[in-house]
Design a protein around this ligand. Structure first.
Ligand code: NAD
Length: 499
């Protein structure tokens, strides 16, 4: 096991046009491990000039065809090389991820493995980004629908799954021939910058991937930049709206993956052992700092008391602690701001009449900030804990009497990212899935994701879809080419001059 004594702060550089950009300490900000209170990384606050240079580099690399002009097979080979390098450097990446984010190392290892799978999968799309042909427009016409790379993609990511989320976007944009400027969260930029090293080592041409670091202002400049064609953003709904407004100034295309208030809905007759485990996992995974967090439990009144008691009993046994310990399931809360939000919202829930069955407090530790797994029962749809994203290990329990009511409560928040339903009745499962306004519905499982399946949200959970073959649409333009063959019939002005 890595110990806190062995943690050395790393000094990172940015990547612009194939060059590693360094800076003096005065221009750097640091990240402190939220579990250990020790500095783990020093990063550069990019200047406006550096943001501009990164975008110019991506623009030039796109326009001169050094990447988009390569055959798909060649781009695919490059992406597979990055995937293999991710696997080679897996332990280092997992360690940096755990130290910066506070997530358990065992989970971080799983995310690095999933990251490699995303790059391998995206590589297959490099050879499948084709359009359509129209051969039934009349004998003198042939219509072609060409898929072309959309251009320069600006990518902005949050702190909760830094490596995984950039890999839900970057390799897909690269597969179809786009170039990119990436801005990771200022809280967790380390693994994205290490990924930049791997991209360089894999032989991608200079300027194809540029990585700049800094706070929101850097993201804002990127979103406004006239030479960026597509913005792909994952983060809060509030900032997502700002990115969309900024992008509107130059009519960029925007793809947004935002917040969620996702329910797990449990019906009588379901496999309740599995459901209890999945509910505990769903809300506590990644300390609940997860867009897909199953932060609402909707349970049928007939089974509610027993089911909730079992959830509480299991949640009580979850190991919370040092992210570097292999046994830890729940690590540290990423920032003081996040901890304040969790404490404020739990307080609001209790004041509004919710019953605290478990947790509801910060854990006493000598270093870092940890929050106890928390269960709030007796929550009603009018309470803030029923429809506000808490982004912490806090479960809000609501009871229902019918499928109609379960659907109505499910759809009662502004969000629509994901939902889970637990039932052995196929009619209930299908009807719930159809009537739920969410980008993903899990039936008898929760948060199981695959590179092949699209991901995204309804309502204030976002716009567009990433992953799967739909990612091709996110990062390409469609161009119609109309080819005429043979002599021109019915000329507008006949050759003999007669009208
Ligand atoms: P955030 O919105 O505060 O920040 C996200 C990124 O945007 C960061 O890189 C930040 O520096 C940047 N940013 C801040 N202000 C900006 C501005 N004005 N213009 C452009 N960029 C700006 O989000 P966060 O706190 O890092 O992450 C948590 C949020 O992300 C939660 O709401 C969560 O639900 C959401 N999230 C969504 C998904 C999804 O796929 N739907 C996945 C993970 C996280």
């Amino acid at each position: 096991m890595t110990t806190v004594e062995s943690i050395q702060p790393r000094r990172y550089s940015m990547l612009i046009d194939g060059e590693r950009i360094d800076a003096e300490d005065a221009r750097r900000f640091t990240r402190t491990s939220p579990a250990h209170d020790v500095v783990v990384g020093a990063f550069i606050e990019a200047t406006t000039d550096e943001v501009d240079r990164a975008v110019q580099a991506a623009r030039t690399a796109f326009d001169d065809g050094r990447w988009s002009g390569l055959p798909g097979t060649t781009r695919a080979r490059h992406l597979r090389r990055v995937a293999a390098l991710v696997e080679e450097r897996a332990e280092e990446l997992a360690r940096v991820e755990a130290l910066e984010s506070g997530k358990p190392i065992s989970q971080a290892r799983g995310e690095v493995a999933a990251t490699a799978e995303l790059w391998y999968y995206a590589a297959t799309l490099a050879q499948h980004a084709y359009g359509d042909s129209h051969n039934a427009l009349g004998s003198e016409y042939l219509g072609l629908a060409l898929r072309e790379p959309a251009g320069v993609v600006g990518i902005i990511t949050p702190w909760n799954f830094p490596l995984l989320i950039v890999s839900q976007k970057l390799p897909f944009a690269l597969a179809v021939g786009c170039t990119a400027v990436v801005k990771p969260s200022q809280l967790t930029p380390g693994t994205t910058l290490l990924l930049g090293e791997l991209v360089t080592a894999a032989g991608l041409p200079d300027g194809v991937v540029n990585i700049i670091t800094g706070k929101g202002g850097v993201g804002s400049q990127l979103s406004e930049h006239p030479l960026v064609d597509v913005m792909s953003f994952t983060g809060s709904t509030e900032v997502g709206k700002k990115v969309m407004a900024a992008a509107a100034q130059t009519l960029k295309r925007v793809e947004l993956e935002l917040g969620g208030k996702n329910p797990q809905v449990v019906f009588p007759g379901a496999d309740l052992d599995a459901a209890v485990d999945a509910v505990v996992f769903g809300v506590l995974f990644n300390q609940g700092e997860c867009c897909n967090s199953g932060s609402r439990l909707l349970v049928h009144r007939d089974i509610a008391d027993d089911f909730v008691a079992r959830v509480v009993e299991k949640a009580r046994r979850v190991v919370v602690g040092d992210p570097l310990d292999d046994r830890t399931k729940v690590g540290a809360i990423a920032s003081q701001e996040q901890l304040d939000t969790i404490e404020r919202l739990v307080g609001e829930g209790v004041t509004a009449g919710a019953e605290l069955l478990l947790g509801g407090h910060r854990l006493p530790t000598s270093a870092g900030r940890f929050y106890a797994p928390t269960v709030l029962d007796g929550v009603t749809p009018d309470m803030s804990v029923a429809d506000t994203e808490i982004f912490g290990p806090v479960l809000s329990v609501l009871r229902f009497d019918s499928l109609d009511e379960a659907v109505s409560i499910t759809n009662s928040t502004p969000y629509g990212l994901s939902a889970g339903v637990w039932t052995r009745d196929v009619d209930t499962a299908v009807e719930y899935a159809r009537r739920t306004r969410a980008g993903t519905v899990w039936v008898n499982c929760f948060m199981d994701g695959f590179p092949e399946l699209s991901f995204g949200g309804y309502g204030e959970s976002g716009l567009g879809r990433e992953l799967g073959r739909h990612a091709i649409e996110a990062f390409t333009e469609l161009k119609s080419v109309v080819v005429h063959t043979g002599p021109r019939r019915n000329p507008w002005i006949p050759a003999d001059g007669a009208n």
